[in-house]
Ligand binder design. Structure first.
Ligand SMILES: [Ca+2]
Length: 420
């Protein structure tokens, strides 16, 4: 929702009220107990990020904002190729490690799969292949550097088992798979089912780690991953740099069980592509933002390309949400997305501070059949922003565009019709 304080929701019991069953404990936060570790890690990540950004030949930083060197969104390279901003390639290893667990039974498969990941990692990298079938996960799969975890497609299902919530991941949450600081990883061609429809996922730490949890890692690729039945965010990038999620899909389909179910979420991270995905957070009533770019605490989120996605945000959120705070959201490029059937299309939000969002490029997107039919139904910047270029977008049966006047803001060539 537009006005709630997301940080306070993380840090205390439910303030949203949508689900009385939400039982987040005091001290729960999206970064969990590894925040210090992540900060230390990020210091390394920034060095890499600056190298990548430098290649984009940014213009001079806007003096009026007074921030350190930052590229201009207008200079971000946007091409039709996948992962074109980040250049993320994931694992380049080729040695095969076959999972030998038996699918489609009641026997847990976590240790078998984790054993293959560990063996590949210990050898310097490898491809862990999982055949078709449903594999029960009662633990948490932790990636190793230079490893690719690869299924055969949607028919390879990693499914949270009946005791999935009896243990937590390294950051105190409930990931089916977390990179946990490993670099050069690929997650490819499988379904990740958190069983939130049958499990009671309203447990402490629910928002500490996510279904597909890419965390504090460099060069991470997620492709062809299908998430189902989440009780937290579906695919998330937290800290780290140089990452890409493409050709994947998320679905949120529960009713009255959870809040805060975002589809693809990027938090306190940089240099990423979100491209060619199908995000649907509104099959049930519990869904929140479709795609969210989010600062938490005083860290920034920047240099992210969101292109050619099909997005339906859930009842509690927007199609795409730029969520600032004490950190800044900048250099975000949104091109060629279709955002439909959401409360709003694109929305700004400030959850734990007021630092201004800036350098956002919104070009050639389609907003259709979103709930709000008046100002802000398509694009809604409620607070002052600067260097926002919003051009050549189409809105139908989706209200109009709201962009306050501000330094460097451009609002031109956008169309708005009442019918599609
Ligand atoms: Ca099994």
């Amino acid at each position: 929702m537009a006005t709630y304080n997301r940080a306070s929701k993380f840090l205390s019991s439910s303030a949203d009220g949508a689900s009385g069953a939400f039982t987040a404990s005091s001290g729960e936060g999206p970064n969990g107990g590894v925040r210090k570790l992540r900060r230390a890690r990020r210091a390394t990540a920034i060095g890499t990020a600056m190298i990548v950004i430098g290649a984009l030949a940014p213009t001079a930083a806007p003096a009026a904002i007074g921030l350190p060197v930052e590229g201009s969104a207008a200079t971000l390279a946007v091409t039709s190729s996948s992962c074109s901003l980040s250049g993320a390639t994931g694992s380049s290893s080729t040695s095969i490690y076959n999972v030998t667990a038996t699918p489609n039974d009641a026997i847990d498969d976590t240790q078998n799969i984790q054993g293959r990941i560990n063996a590949a990692g210990a050898a310097g990298g490898g491809v862990v292949k999982i055949p078709a079938g449903t594999f029960l996960i009662n633990g948490k799969l932790l990636m190793m550097s230079n490893v690719k975890l690869e299924g055969v497609g949607p028919a390879t299902v990693l499914k949270a088992g009946p005791s999935f919530t009896s243990n937590t991941g390294p950051a105190g949450g409930y990931p089916l798979v977390t990179t946990g600081g490993a670099d050069n990883t690929t997650l490819s061609n499988f379904t990740a089912d958190q069983s939130g429809d049958t499990l009671n996922g309203n447990v402490p730490g629910r928002l500490n780690e996510y279904v597909i949890d890419v965390r504090d890692s460099i060069n991470s690729l997620v492709q062809g991953v299908h998430t189902r039945n989440p009780f937290t965010y579906s695919i998330a990038f937290v800290g780290g740099t140089k990452w890409c999620v493409k050709d994947s899909d998320t679905q949120s389909a529960t009713n009255g069980k959870y809040v805060e179910l975002d589809g693809i979420h990027a938090m306190n991270t940089s240099v990423g592509d979100i491209v060619g995905n199908v995000v649907d957070q509104r099959i049930g009533t519990d869904g929140d933002d479709g795609i969210a770019v989010h600062t938490y605490g005083d860290e920034d989120v920047h240099d992210i390309r969101i292109a050619n996605n099909n997005v339906r945000g859930g009842r509690h959120g927007a199609g795409i949400d730029l969520a600032g705070g004490s950190g800044t959201v900048y250099n975000i490029n949104l091109t060629g997305n279709t955002v439909w059937g959401s409360p709003r299309g694109l929305h700004d939000a400030y959850y734990d501070g007021t630092k201004q969002i800036h350098h956002i490029q919104i070009v050639g997107n389609i907003f259709r059949d979103n709930d709000i039919k008046t100002l802000g139904g398509a694009v809604d910047f409620e607070r002052p922003v600067t260097y926002v270029t919003m051009t050549d977008n189409t809105a139908c049966n989706s209200g109009d565009y709201r962009l306050p006047a501000g330094t460097g803001n451009v609002n031109a060539g956008n169309t708005q019709t009442s019918t599609c």
